[in-house]
Design a protein around this ligand. Structure first.
Ligand code: SF4
Length: 441
């Protein structure tokens, strides 16, 4: 991001005020704080705009693979550590599908991956991409396999082939789906980059050295290919760690031109592949490609990704609302909790375990857990009463209202505010099944 002084250098310094700010310096300060747009000054020339836009661009270029609902965004990262700001676009996971499979088997394999889906704290994870590779060596078979996959799902594809002529029929046939072409290396960079530029598709470059990769980037850009993804090799854990880290560092510092693109790693399969995938997820990989992936491998990997790509400054939250659990009716108990996802899903799971029908009111506490929210004055009786009123909860049920045991103190005031009997629930959510059974409702 340019500083105020850097912006100021490019402004006319006439202090005319047409931008709505008294001086050019005041306008420059607003620009640096991202509270104004350069277009608001009618006197900035095109070259200055271009220069400023370039230095304003994220150090890791954003690249879109796929189209429509299934498209994936990679890159646009601006920090080395997630606590500095946050990581932007989560690592995507792809599995390889060989084009030598008969169509029915190919579709069955793809279907088994599409069915691999997990839910964790309210978020659904599934596979992001397919990498269809030209194992047959026949460009027409690759085209047929790619078309078959595009016909059965909206997942983005990566097309893997030995060169531009092997990839061309498939790339042309599914061009609208914006596949990623893999890969240009020192032997074929010109025709591969020319194909990518001609069809407007993203292109992966492959070279195990940083200098070699910088040369490939330059050659690809010369041909007009701009949306690049870099494969710096996955020979070992050490290599992934060093290459990915150095590429991210020099891109952020803008100290070495040519590596500011999303990174990818081909990790194979099995336990070693999993370890590499985890390392790539933690260390700046935007795309990880497996030969195969089992559900028991995908779950911990996707959980790791969720943790790394969650903004550490913004807890995962549930929408404030009244949620029915186990099919509640007009006299079911009414429980409430905070909107911190982990709290909500833990409480909900314990109520489900009891099989007792319950209305569960979520109160917006800005993602804080029960005791923290109470201490921060975001989970008092007045907040709970307001949430119950907003959802018309008291009109839905005449059953008892139950406070979490940790905030038993609010029960008296809440009872007054609601004009309804308020009971104190258990201290721990794990005791809810027993508590609800003893309520005898
Ligand atoms: S419109 Fe442009 S020249 Fe005029 S004060 Fe604003 S920044 Fe300066």
């Amino acid at each position: 991001m340019p500083t105020a002084i850097e912006y100021f250098k490019f402004l006319p310094k006439t202090n005319c005020g047409e931008c709505g700010h008294p001086t050019c310096l005041a306008f420059a300060m607003q620009l640096a704080n991202q509270k104004a747009s350069l277009d608001e000054c009618p006197y900035v020339d095109e070259e200055a705009k271009r220069t400023l836009q370039e230095s304003n661009a994220p150090p890791v270029k954003g690249v879109t693979v796929g189209a429509g609902d299934g498209s994936l965004r990679m890159g646009e990262e601006t920090v080395l550590y997630r606590h500095e700001r946050r990581f932007v676009n989560p690592t995507a996971y792809a599995v390889a599908i060989p084009d030598i499979l008969p169509e029915a088997e190919l579709r069955e394999l793809a279907r088994s991956y599409l069915d691999m889906s997990f839910e964790r704290v309210g978020m659904v994870f599934d596979l992001d991409m397919f990498a269809v590779f030209n194992a047959s060596g026949d460009a027409e078979r690759l085209r047929a396999a790619a078309e078959s996959l595009v016909g059965m799902c909206s997942k983005p594809l990566m097309l893997i082939g030995a060169g531009a002529e092997d990839l061309r029929p498939a790339a042309e046939a599914i061009r609208e789906s914006r596949p990623l072409l893999y890969a240009a290396d020192e032997d074929n960079v010109s025709p591969m980059a020319a194909l990518a530029a001609e069809l407007g598709l993203p292109l992966a470059l492959r070279d195990g050295t940083l200098d070699g990769m910088a040369g490939l980037v330059e050659a690809a850009r010369k041909e007009g290919a701009e949306d690049l993804v870099l494969d710096l090799g996955s020979d070992s854990m050490k290599h992934i760690l060093e290459s990915n880290t150095v590429a991210r560092k020099v891109s952020l510092r803008r100290s070495f031109k040519g590596l500011g693109y999303p990174l990818m790693n081909l990790v194979g399969s099995g336990e070693e592949g999993m370890m590499m995938a985890m390392l790539s997820t933690m260390k700046y990989g935007s795309l990880v490609v497996f030969d195969s992936l089992e559900p028991q491998q995908a779950l911990p990997l996707m959980t790791l990704r969720q943790n790394i790509y969650t903004d550490p400054q913004v807890p995962i939250q549930v929408k404030e609302d009244l949620y029915p659990v186990n099919g509640p009716g007009e006299d079911s108990p009414l429980l409430f909790t905070t909107n911190f996802s982990l709290t909500y899903f833990t409480v909900r799971a314990d109520i489900e375990k009891s099989r007792i029908p319950v209305w569960l009111q979520v109160v917006d506490t800005e993602g804080l857990s029960v005791l923290t929210a109470y201490a921060a004055n975001k989970f008092g009786h007045e907040h709970v009463a307001a949430a119950l009123e907003a959802s018309s909860a008291l009109e839905r049920t005449s059953g008892p209202v139950v406070t979490p045991g940790m905030v038993a103190k609010m029960s008296g005031k809440l009872e007054e505010a609601l004009g309804r009997k308020v009971l104190v629930g258990p201290m721990e959510s794990g005791s809810l099944p027993k508590f609800l059974k003893n309520l005898g409702v």
